[in-house]
Design a protein around this ligand. Structure first.
Ligand SMILES: [Zn+2]
Length: 90
C-alpha cells in the first residue's frame, strides 16, 4: 500500500476545510499524540483516503469522494486546530 504524508492531501484538505490544513495541529483520539497534519500517515486508495496516527496507527480521518461530494469522517481525532501562532484570522 502506498504510504504518503499529510502534505500529499493538502489540496484535498483545502477543498474540504476551505483553508490550508497541513500546518494544523491534530491530536489523536486514541493515544493523544499531537503533530501537524503534514506529518500524519496517509494512504490513498480509491475511492477513499485514510489518514492514520504516526504514533499508534489509529485511523484519524477518512475522506471518501462519492458523486462529486467529499464525505469526511474525523471521529478518530481528539482535536484539530490551528496553532495559535499560525492562526490566519487575527
Ligand atoms: Zn495515536
Amino acid at each position: 500500500m502506498d504510504e504518503v504524508d499529510g502534505n500529499a492531501i493538502g489540496g484535498l484538505l483545502i477543498d474540504v476545510f476551505g483553508t490550508e490544513m497541513t500546518v494544523a495541529s491534530s491530536t489523536c483520539g486514541t493515544c493523544g499524540a499531537t503533530r501537524p497534519v503534514a506529518e500524519l500517515v496517509v494512504y490513498r486508495r480509491a475511492p477513499g483516503t485514510v489518514v492514520r496516527c504516526r504514533t499508534c496507527g489509529s485511523v484519524l480521518m477518512v475522506f471518501v469522494k462519492a458523486q462529486g461530494v467529499t464525505c469526511v469522517d474525523v471521529a478518530g481525532l481528539a482535536s484539530l486546530g490551528m496553532p495559535d501562532d499560525l492562526t490566519p484570522y487575527r
